[in-house]
Design a protein around this ligand. Structure first.
Ligand SMILES: Cc1cc2nc3c(=O)[nH]c(=O)nc-3n(C[C@H](O)[C@H](O)[C@H](O)COP(=O)(O)O)c2cc1C
Length: 199
């Protein structure tokens, strides 16, 4: 039996607390072994009926990263319309693919896999952003994917070049950037979202 003292994975809650979506990155490559570690974390995520319908496409090559970037939509609440500049784009992407459209739980599987990836990234000091605003048809073509695989989502990755902090929710879910370019992300307060034994 492992207890808290000898459990090597006890940093998970810390990573959950500190992880924020990051959309500006340093131009420094992520070692491939680290990216493979993220896929391993995704591989071991819970899977409905253990069907494991997901595969992962790692993009690191600069030219290909540029093409993937063109298919993505960024930070819809930031006005005027914004996306990372050329010097702050992601250094790598993990594209989550699914292969069985009859599996009604694949979205849950991909969400759990994505969370394992972003938490593993946080543990490595790497910023991440899950992106579902994706031109999936175009991305499928760009990556020359086989027909039996479909694009679910894209995780943008890179060493962090921005700060994002949590704020208490005060009526709007919209995140904002302050004059120092720090991102502020409203989250509903703990005491507002749970019920113990009765409503
Ligand atoms: C399913 C899903 C889809 C998302 N799609 C996008 C997206 O297309 N573009 C983007 O910039 N952020 C996207 N995000 C990031 C969210 O905007 C972000 O998680 C949210 O604002 C809360 O901020 P936090 O991740 O820092 O807690 C997505 C997140 C999730 C979970």
């Amino acid at each position: 039996m492992t207890n808290k003292l000898n459990n090597p994975y006890m940093g998970v809650y810390k990573a959950i607390l500190s992880r924020r979506s990051i959309r500006r990155f340093q131009q420094k490559p992520i070692p491939i072994e680290i990216l493979k570690k993220f896929i391993n974390a995704a591989r071991l995520a819970p899977s409905a009926a253990n069907f494991q319908p997901l595969e992962y496409f790692i993009v690191t090559e600069k030219n290909l990263c540029g093409k993937v970037f063109e298919t993505l939509g960024w930070a819809a609440y930031i006005k005027p319309k914004w996306s990372p500049s050329e010097e702050e784009r992601p250094n790598a992407y993990i594209v989550i693919l699914f292969k069985d459209t009859n599996n009604k739980y694949y979205l849950r599987d991909s969400s759990l896999a994505a969370e394992n990836i972003v938490l593993s990234a946080e543990e490595e000091g790497i910023g991440s952003c899950i992106i579902c605003n994706v031109d999936r048809v175009r991305l499928h073509e760009i990556l020359e994917l086989p027909k039996n695989l479909q694009v679910d989502s894209v995780i943008a990755l890179g060493y962090k070049a921005e700060k994002s902090v949590v704020e208490d929710f005060k009526g709007s879910v919209e995140y904002w950037r302050d004059k120092n370019e720090v991102l502020h992300v409203p989250k509903r307060k703990l005491e507002d979202i749970f019920h113990i034994n009765s409503f």
